[in-house]
Ligand binder design. Structure first.
Ligand code: PDD
Length: 287
């Protein structure tokens, strides 16, 4: 089936949606993105993603070319048009396509931004069999730029990190800077010791995950202890459990770090329980 996508105000078949070779997203990774999951035909935490989108745009001195209400309508129209029950909506906004390549930002009055949205169909997204067995991660150096709190489309290093993991027979990589874990290539990282959930505090070093915010809130409501602080790979290897969170994986248990198994190499109790609560509560609030 040909997907219907959204490009600069128009709904088009995917093969008719064309962007200029001078687009700054293409030439300079001068763009930001969001990924919102869809479960049962409804959007999970749309508000959170809309707020973070605005923040990313502000931090890069870019205008937001679309109101929150219109953005919601585009998301919903794409879900309807493409008959998405479970899946994701990818959104990207770039600084647009000036007449030529130039490091200097173009005048936003004469260079409109490029806005693209498309759907990804993932039937049974919330029932991933992987969540029952958990994933393996390796550690790699964090070689990204210093503003990881901005959700830019510069994803080359995270993509290389995924490939390093794949080559090592693992599923993902946790990045390490100055001896401490920052985050996963496309997710936030956590360890569990007893009843305590430990995850790096928010700063420019990591993306402020929308799933992270919800999961930490639900954990506190369920009387679990949350400690926002740095941790090392060595500490992680000694943890009872570990997990990652993101809009597309929700809460995903980690059972092996750099070849060391956690607990009895099964997902444990805390991560599966948090996954259950997260899915239940988020689906209730989906719009
Ligand atoms: N990635 N950290 C990084 C580096 C990420 O790329 C992501 C999301 C997260 C989790 O954020 P959230 O909970 O808001 O999805 C953390 C998306 C899913 C992606 O690139 O596909």
């Amino acid at each position: 089936m040909t997907r219907t996508v959204y490009l600069n105000g128009e709904y088009l078949p995917e093969n008719e949606a064309k962007v200029s070779i001078f687009d700054r997203g293409f030439l300079m990774a001068d763009g930001v993105y969001e990924v919102t999951s869809v479960l049962g035909g409804k959007l999970i935490d749309f508000d959170g993603h809309a707020v973070r989108l605005n923040r990313s745009l502000d931090e890069l001195d870019m205008n937001n070319p679309i109101s929150k209400e219109d953005l919601l309508e585009v998301h919903r129209e794409l879900v309807r048009e493409n008959k998405i029950v479970d899946g994701m909506i990818y959104l990207q906004i770039t600084r647009g396509a000036p007449d030529d390549r130039d490091f200097v930002f173009p005048d936003p009055e004469t260079t409109p931004q490029t806005i693209v949205l498309f759907t990804q169909n993932k039937p049974g997204l919330a029932n991933s069999p992987v969540a029952k067995v958990g994933i393996k991660v390796i550690s790699i150096e964090d070689a990204r730029w210093g503003r990881r709190d901005i959700k830019t489309v510069q994803l080359l290093y995270p993509s290389m990190g995924k490939m390093m993991a794949k080559k090592a027979g693992a599923d993902d990589a946790w990045m390490v800077e100055d001896g401490f874990v920052t985050e996963g290539t496309s997710n936030n990282a956590y360890i569990v010791k007893g009843n305590k959930i430990i995850t790096r505090a928010l700063s420019n070093d990591i993306l402020h995950g929308i799933t992270r915010a919800a999961v930490l809130r639900f954990a506190k409501e369920a009387q679990m202890e949350v400690e926002e602080r740095n941790f090392t790979i060595e500490e992680a290897m000694q943890a009872d459990e570990a997990f990652i969170t993101s809009a597309s994986t929700f809460v995903m248990p980690v059972v092996e770090i750099d070849g060391a198994q956690l607990g009895d190499r099964t997902p444990g109790k805390v991560a599966p329980r948090l996954r259950e609560i997260y899915l239940e509560e988020s689906i209730k609030k989906a719009i």
